[in-house]
Design a protein. Structure first.
Length: 622
């Protein structure tokens, strides 16, 4: 076992325990505020006035998950399954929301759509995200195409980056080290590292923010093979953002991002070790502007992204693509009762094959939110998708809710009916593998209903039933070797339960359960049952510890040696975390243990999964 590692962990734990004893008499401050959500309407509305059960991952939760990838953090939320997030870092991730596929999930960064037009399904690679630059994440599930356009069929992951410090200069440094080992290979070598540096500040009307982060891991093989040769993963990300407040009414922001990743992988058809390598790079630049007037504001968000990737393998290939996004919209608030958005969204996606191919989307849209004094709320929206290949298509959303106030909170009933529209990717239409220019677009509809019960922000319980229908889904036909539209309709339904409970000041409990049933295809890698539970205890203002439990139910996966679908058994994992502010507001240390019981499990057939691993680190603010 690695003595340096245990010395590092021991030092962190000793410091934590000593400081906890010093601070055990600290008082615990309470501040109950009505939670505000944004993503389902683009207005900052109290949760009780929202027709959705929006999942919000705040800065505190992100700090408690320091060292984890964004995919790992999102994966414990209801209705979400990210296959590959429990295996070796750098594994290809499959994002499934409410029984859907990755192409049906839209990712936004500061309100701007991000997607890789060169990928087969035009998804955004979550491996390109870094938690070091994120302030909060909101997830809305269900069809949200009226506000956010194509691909927002099962979920929208809306990421808000960190704002500049109000001080002239503030430096934040995060660093952690940890093991990276399987259940049977418990050598406790330090094989994983994460670092993040954020420098920001405000000079009068000028703001700036510069962030750099990197991740590195080794010690694990991508696939389970007799040799188990190590496959290395590394990634870096640099973000620069500046802003200027010209007046109380007008402000502008400019941002840029450069992200690169390298990950070694093996030959899946063996399976056998192989010296294969994937390299990817993302470049993003853009601008945001806002002009405020008495009852509303005018917004213009623009962005350009360039994606390039290359596979060095027995079948080498490379992909290049870029896209432009422009979103112009006006927000109007009428007497805090009627919130309206009228906008125009433009997207240009391009990819290089033998010749450059592209398509455009020009979508006018409107969304209205009515908030009445008696508790009735209504969210209505419509968007006309104008696609250069497929012409016009209307999508819409009807989302009523009713919040009955109680002496200590409210009970909210909600329902919605929404449609969405997904066009084939450029790769599926014109690419070098299985392309079919005769593909038609996929159409989705989502019906949901449920309730939410809230007491003094100390207790929130919600339950939502969803029913989705996919028609004309794009699938790969093994017989013809081409992409085609599925003949059968795919139906997905399920129930999501969420509980947040703070029975007393020091203790908090949260949990969720998701039941998902998908019919019409093999539904691989989508568990029918999934449970996540977290119990946290605050020993003082400065010390917090939590124990997290997750259960992933049985599901099917394809064995590519036999091309048969195999049912995989369920498994459960237990994680532990403890963090302490050594110098409140300045220095925080933490220790985390994942897969505490060292359970052996299969997430994806043939792929390596992680056993018990320990991580320790700190955050320093100057």
């Amino acid at each position: 076992m690695n003595k340096k590692f245990f010395g590092f962990c021991a030092a962190a734990l000793v410091c934590t325990n000593m400081a906890a004893q010093v601070a055990e008499n600290d008082s615990i401050k309470i501040q109950n505020l009505d939670e505000v959500v944004v993503s389902d309407s683009r207005f900052a509305l109290e949760r009780q006035n929202s027709g959705k059960t929006v999942i919000k991952i705040g800065n505190d939760e992100l700090q408690r998950n320091q060292g984890k990838s964004v995919a790992e953090i999102i994966n414990v939320k209801s209705g979400i399954e990210i296959a590959g997030s429990r295996g070796r870092e750098g594994a290809v991730l499959g994002v499934f929301a409410r029984g859907g596929r990755g192409r049906q999930v839209l990712v936004l960064i500061d309100g701007v759509r991000v997607s890789d037009p060169s990928s087969f399904s035009q998804e955004y690679d979550l491996r390109l995200l870094t938690a070091a630059n994120i302030e909060n994440i909101e997830i809305i599930k269900g069809a949200a195409s009226t506000l956010y356009g194509a691909n927002a069929a099962t979920a929208v992951i809306n990421i808000t980056t960190k704002k500049a410090s109000p001080r002239k200069m503030e430096l934040n440094v995060q660093t952690s080290r940890g093991t990276n080992q399987t259940t049977s290979g418990q050598n406790y070598n330090l094989s994983s590292a994460y670092n993040g540096v954020d420098l920001s500040g405000t000079f009068d009307k000028f703001t700036y923010n510069v962030t750099f982060s990197n991740r590195f891991s080794e010690g694990l093989s991508a696939l389970i093979t007799p040799e188990n040769e190590e496959d290395v993963f590394s990634t870096y990300s640099t973000d620069v953002r500046v802003g200027y407040q010209f007046s109380d009414k007008f402000k502008v922001g400019i941002y840029g991002n450069l992200t690169g990743l390298k990950t070694e992988y093996d030959e899946f058809s063996g399976p056998m070790d192989a010296p294969y390598l994937f390299k990817g790079k993302q470049k993003r630049i853009g601008a945001t502007s806002e002009y405020a007037y008495k009852k509303g504001s005018l917004h213009l968000n623009t962005g350009y992204a360039d994606y390039a990737s290359e596979n060095f393998s027995a079948y080498p290939n490379s992909f290049k693509g870029d896209n432009y996004v422009l979103d112009l919209y006006n927000k109007l608030n009428i007497q805090d009762k009627l919130y309206t958005i009228i906008g125009l969204n433009y997207v240009l996606d391009r990819t290089e094959f033998e010749t450059r191919k592209d398509f455009t989307l020009v979508d006018p849209y409107i969304n209205l939110v009515y908030v009445s004094e008696n508790g009735f709320n209504l969210n209505l929206g419509g968007r006309l998708n104008n696609h250069s290949e497929y012409g016009g298509h209307l999508v819409y959303n009807v989302n009523p809710s009713y919040a009955l106030k109680t002496s200590k909170g409210y009970v909210k009933l909600l329902g919605s009916y929404a449609t969405s529209y997904i066009t084939p990717s450029l790769n599926q239409l014109f690419g070098n593998f299985g392309a079919n220019p005769d593909l038609g677009p996929e159409e989705n509809r989502t019906l949901e209903g449920g309730f939410e019960y809230v007491v003094n922000q100390d207790l929130r319980f919600s339950s939502v039933y969803f029913n989705r229908k996919e028609e004309n889904a794009v699938v790969y036909d093994n017989q013809t070797g081409l992409f085609s539209n599925a003949v059968s309709t795919i139906d997905a339904q399920g129930v999501e339960f969420e509980l947040h409970w703070k029975p007393f000041v020091r203790f908090e409990f949260s949990g969720n359960y998701t039941f998902t049933e998908r019919k019409g295809d093999a539904a691989i890698r989508i568990p029918k049952h999934k449970i996540n539970i977290s119990a946290g205890y605050r020993f003082s203002n400065r010390t917090f510890a939590s124990l997290d439990y997750s259960l992933t139910g049985s599901r099917f996966d394809t064995d590519f040696m036999t091309f048969a679908n195999v049912e995989l058994p369920s498994y459960s994992l237990l994680d532990f975390y403890i963090g302490h502010d050594l110098l409140p507001g300045k220095l925080k240390v933490f220790t985390a243990i994942s897969n505490l019981l060292n359970e052996e499990f299969t997430e994806i057939i043939g792929s390596t999964t992680r056993g018990r691993n320990v991580r320790a680190g700190m955050k320093l603010t100057l």
